[in-house]
Design a protein around this ligand. Sequence first.
Ligand SMILES: [Zn+2]
Ligand SMILES: [Zn+2]
Length: 99
Amino acid sequence: MGEVLYINNAGKDGESHLTGNAICMSCQKEWQAVAPVGTSVLECPECKTMKGVFKHQLSPVTNSVWECNCGNKLFFILKKKIQCCNCGVITSSEVLNEI
Ligand SMILES: [Zn+2]
Ligand SMILES: [Zn+2]
């Protein structure tokens, strides 16, 4: 598996978590972090500051995801449609590629 941050959605409520490489913005320490979904800052195991962040973009590990024809997997959610963050195409989930 590549260098991405995985979201495990498989657990029951309260058990979903993020897993991936993290880095401290203060002392540059890198480590493998596991944190509950909703966590945006991490405590550095080295200098104990709350300056830790995940290094990579989120990617669900258990659910299939949608991909635009341009290859992008990030979208804006509009009121009734979705828009590709990369090429700007406005579409609906029916015409996207499920991967
Ligand atoms: Zn640190
Ligand atoms: Zn696109």
